[in-house]
Design a protein around this ligand. Structure first.
Ligand SMILES: *[C@@H]1O[C@H](CO)[C@@H](O)[C@H](O)[C@H]1NC(C)=O
Ligand SMILES: *[C@@H]1O[C@H](CO)[C@@H](O)[C@H](O)[C@H]1NC(C)=O
Ligand SMILES: *[C@@H]1O[C@H](CO)[C@@H](O)[C@H](O)[C@H]1NC(C)=O
Ligand SMILES: *[C@@H]1O[C@H](CO)[C@@H](O)[C@H](O)[C@H]1NC(C)=O
Ligand SMILES: *[C@@H]1O[C@H](CO)[C@@H](O)[C@H](O)[C@H]1NC(C)=O
Ligand SMILES: *[C@@H]1O[C@H](CO)[C@@H](O)[C@H](O)[C@H]1NC(C)=O
Ligand SMILES: *[C@@H]1O[C@H](CO)[C@@H](O)[C@H](O)[C@H]1NC(C)=O
Ligand SMILES: *[C@@H]1O[C@H](CO)[C@@H](O)[C@H](O)[C@H]1NC(C)=O
Length: 774
């Protein structure tokens, strides 16, 4: 039956083709329906297209997982034809040239997926005529020959997937022209040669998968690819140097290559690294056990190298481990207890010289003499760790006498990993401020949805991981002369970096049982706190216990604020005072900082206890809210964003933002009055005075104002500021102004003051808006 159906149908199509003659030129005036039917014919009527015929309304048919046609305003923009299994190549008389010539009639295609259709031959250069293409996936066909370099003119491409074909030759060196590329995958082909340096320019790249080819030589420097999360280079002949990668990477697969030189020292700060697979290379030297306790790691494969070193039962490891393969190395000692526990489902360690505790000592293991001899043979003598300078030793573990030491491998089974990622597309690693994004229409196609979060980070240096050496150098070994003070969350030091800039370094001691999840999330939050009116985080650094490599201290590096707190310049003893304009500017800065915390980041942050002493001044007297004391740690620990703070001693928190508004009102009270306000009683008392004076005449009102500015502020701006202040301190939190209202009014106050100042007291109309009550 199917047979007759097909032949009938081909007759129809042939008829259609006769009516509209097709020549082998690039442009045809044939309808998109005819084009699709022609494609069906050129593919030899595959079963998955059996529902297509000359009456099919392609733009309005139900999509299936294997066949999808999507139109936008009647024009086809997406075509997916996906077979479930790799099929034999199409017959000898198939012509890829004719096929692509037909295909490029669909000029508006943005997404083209032709998977497992038996396509074969050299990819014609004219594929580049599909200039709107954003996603091209031609996995599991039989393409051969070179990848046409013309493909690099498809500058809208965001995802280029050529997996499981037989492409040969080099990757086009101009691949760097595809500047919007987010996913580049060419796994399992016969590509060879060096990887082009221009890969290092694809700054939007998130996923680079080139496994199972025949690439050789060093991999290009990828450290500028700040968005890169997945790097798979397994099954090539790359090496000997470990590729340079950005520190937020989550997955590195380098198995079956020729890597010999050590793992990079920065690996210790790869706090998002989940999977490291460096199996079957030629790594030699001591195995850096700190890798076992990296905060995010769940998959590690170092199988088949020549890592040496003494393991011990009480080493720490990440509790989230799912797979660890240490087999066929030269490890001695005992398998760490944390790996034996039932939680880690797959632990493989045979082919070493390890002993277990249960008496099955030699099962699958080699005699210890073997490892010793072999270690000598590869020129590495297991060294005894010195405990004297343990902090340095922890980091230096990575480099001994020019031979590398750190070997780590993670492997998350593709399936487990893949599923996880798909189920939770907005996973934390993906939600960060990335520079690439798919156009909204394509969201459903994008495997890796990215999200842009614009932050007001003008002029703030990039966030990065610091090395402990850098911080020790900056603080002269945390010398007491650099000690700035101790807050509830740890000590603060002042440091001077190599480039001459000053930083504030907060040191947090970690309890041994501090869950790694806790502080990685803390760091994540901190790294998002970057704004002109926040004391922004510049980076962090871990210090590890030498004995079990768990994190002992966490250093957070912040901007340094040379002018101290706002109070010092208002009511403090600096002997100097801020002018009225400067005070208004400071107030505006604080509100902008609050606004950013409330609306500029996710999760939103509500301080809950903002004080004037948390407002610091930079060299230009710009106000910035200090981030040291924000309730981030509590937030993380309690896993709730509102639950943690002040619920006990304040009103029920249905509008947490209005608590910050109140606290801002208290700061404003001090800014205006010039008196230090330290107790709730003082707040109430001053507030009442304010309210009564405001109802009286201007003269009485001015008595409330700091003497040093009393004669230098215009009435209208003063009234506005006092009204804002009053509004913020209202008892009913619903009546307090919104952050936007405050900002509007403060900016108004600044303008009138400026006009007054430049016009020497010229009157200003009082068309100032009332504070809206909501
Ligand atoms: C579709 O094919 C049938 C059978 O050959 C033919 O009668 C009909 O005219 C065709 N319709 C169109 C729209 O081409
Ligand atoms: C195709 O032909 C029709 C009628 O001949 C014409 O109106 C239309 O503009 C042509 N389209 C293109 C893309 O040439
Ligand atoms: C075209 O296909 C539809 C369903 O796929 C079928 O119902 C219809 O009978 C077919 N039309 C022709 C003319 O074969
Ligand atoms: C390419 O398409 C196939 C079929 O939809 C899919 O399974 C595969 O994951 C895609 N490849 C990439 C890298 O997106
Ligand atoms: C791939 O192409 C090479 C060179 O053209 C050829 O030798 C090899 O057999 C092909 N491999 C497959 C799996 O088709
Ligand atoms: C690579 O492709 C070949 C031929 O299509 C297939 O047999 C093999 O399983 C693939 N290898 C991997 C690792 O996917
Ligand atoms: C891989 O490339 C090397 C040269 O770099 C060559 O000697 C070797 O034959 C290639 N292997 C395959 C399977 O093509
Ligand atoms: C030794 O290994 C066996 C099998 O893996 C296990 O059942 C047994 O508990 C182990 N310990 C001893 C002391 O035999």
């Amino acid at each position: 039956m199917a047979r007759t159906y097909y032949s009938w149908q081909s007759a129809v199509v042939l008829l259609a083709i006769l009516i509209v003659p097709i020549r082998c030129s690039d442009r045809h005036n044939i309808s998109q329906e005819q084009t699709l039917l022609r494609i069906q014919q050129l593919l030899y009527y595959p079963v998955i297209l059996s529902s297509w015929n000359n009456t099919t309304d392609f733009c309005n048919t139900v999509q299936s997982s294997s066949v999808t046609v999507i139109c936008y305003e009647g024009v086809i923009t997406q075509l997916h034809i996906i077979n479930s299994y790799k099929t034999h190549q199409l017959p000898e008389d198939f012509s890829i040239d004719t096929f692509v010539t037909t295909l490029i009639n669909l000029q508006s295609l943005k997404v083209l997926k032709l998977v497992s259709l038996g396509l074969w031959g050299r990819m014609p250069a004219k594929i580049s005529h599909l200039s709107s293409l954003e996603i091209l996936n031609i996995t599991s066909n039989h393409f051969n020959g070179k990848i046409p370099s013309e493909i690099t003119s498809l500058t809208n491409l965001q995802s280029l997937v050529l997996d499981d074909n037989n492409f040969t030759g080099w990757i086009p060196s101009r691949i760097g022209f595809l500047s919007r590329l987010s996913v580049l995958s060419m796994k399992n082909n016969s590509l060879n040669g060096l990887l082009p340096d221009s890969l290092g320019k694809l700054t939007d790249l998130r996923v680079l998968m080139l496994s199972h080819n025949n690439f050789s030589g060093e991999s290009p420097d990828l450290s500028d690819l700040k968005n890169l999360r997945v790097l798979e280079l397994g099954g090539n002949s790359l090496g000997p140097k470990f590729p340079r990668v950005p520190y937020k990477i989550t997955s590195i697969v380098l198995r079956e290559n020729k890597f010999t030189n050590g793992l990079p020292e920065e690996l210790h700060s790869f706090y998002q690294l989940q999977k490291l697979d460096i199996a079957l290379n030629r790594f030699v030297g001591p195995f850096p056990t700190s890798i076992l306790s990296l905060p995010s790691i769940t998959y590690l494969d170092i199988n088949g190298n020549r890592f040496t070193g003494l393991l011990s039962e009480d080493l720490a490891c990440n509790p989230g481990f799912q797979f660890v393969d240490l087999s066929a190395n030269l490890l001695t000692g005992k398998l760490p207890e944390c790996l034996v526990s039932s939680k880690v489902r797959n632990v493989v360690y045979n082919g070493n010289c390890l002993s277990t505790n249960d008496g099955n000592e030699t099962k699958g293991q080699k005699p210890i003499s073997f490892c010793r001899t072999a270690a000598l043979a590869v020129g590495i003598i297991p060294r005894n760790h010195k405990t004297s300078n343990w902090t340095k030793a922890a980091l230096a573990l990575g480099i001994t006498g020019g031979i590398l030491l750190i070997g780590v491998a993670f492997l998350i089974f593709r399936r487990v990993h893949g599923k996880k990622m798909e189920k939770k597309p907005p996973a934390r690693v993906i939600e960060e401020n990335l520079t690439s994004s798919y156009s909204s229409k394509l969201l459903s196609d994008a495997r890796y949805v990215t999200r842009v979060m614009k932050l007001g980070t003008v002029g703030i240096p990039a966030y990065h991981a610091f090395s402990l050496e850098e911080l020790e150098e900056a603080t002269n070994g945390f010398d007491t002369s650099t000690f700035m003070g101790e807050g509830s969350h740890g000590q603060m030091y002042r440091g001077r970096l190599k480039d001459g800039s000053y930083v504030a370094i907060q040191c947090l001691k970690m309890k041994k049982n501090h869950s790694t999840q806790t502080f990685t999330r803390h760091i994540e939050l901190i790294s998002k706190l970057r704004h002109q009116h926040l004391v922004s985080a510049l980076g962090h650094c871990y210090e590890f216990y030498l004995d079990d490599s768990s994190v002992s201290r966490l250093f957070l590096v912040f901007e340094y604020m040379p002018n101290g707190t706002l109070r010092d310049w208002i009511s403090g003893n600096k002997g100097k005072n801020l002018s009225w304009s400067q005070r208004i500017a400071a107030a505006i800065g604080i509100v902008k900082g609050i606004q950013f915390l409330h609306t500029g980041i996710l999760p939103r942050v509500f301080s809950g206890s903002l004080k004037i002493t948390d407002v610091l001044l930079d060299q230009n007297f710009g106000a910035k809210i200090s981030t040291y004391n924000l309730p981030l740690l509590e937030k993380v620990e309690k896993e709730g964003y509102f639950k943690s703070f002040k619920e006990t001693n304040r009103v029920k928190v249905s509008h947490p933002e209005k608590l910050d508004v109140y606290d801002f009102g208290v700061i404003l009270l001090e800014i205006i009055s010039g008196r230090p306000i330290c107790t709730q009683k003082e707040v109430e008392c001053l507030k009442e005075q304010f309210q009564s004076r405001m109802r009286a005449d201007d003269g009485a009102m001015k008595e409330m104002v700091d003497v040093t500015i009393r004669d230098k502020c215009c009435d209208q701006s003063l009234i506005t500021m006092m009204e804002v202040c009053n509004g913020c301190l209202l008892d009913d939190i619903a009546d307090r102004p919104s952050v936007e209202d405050m900002l509007w009014n403060l900016q108004f106050a600044a303008q009138v003051q400026e006009a007054w100042h430049s016009g020497h007291g010229s009157p200003v109309s009082s068309s100032q808006p009332a504070i809206t009550e909501r």
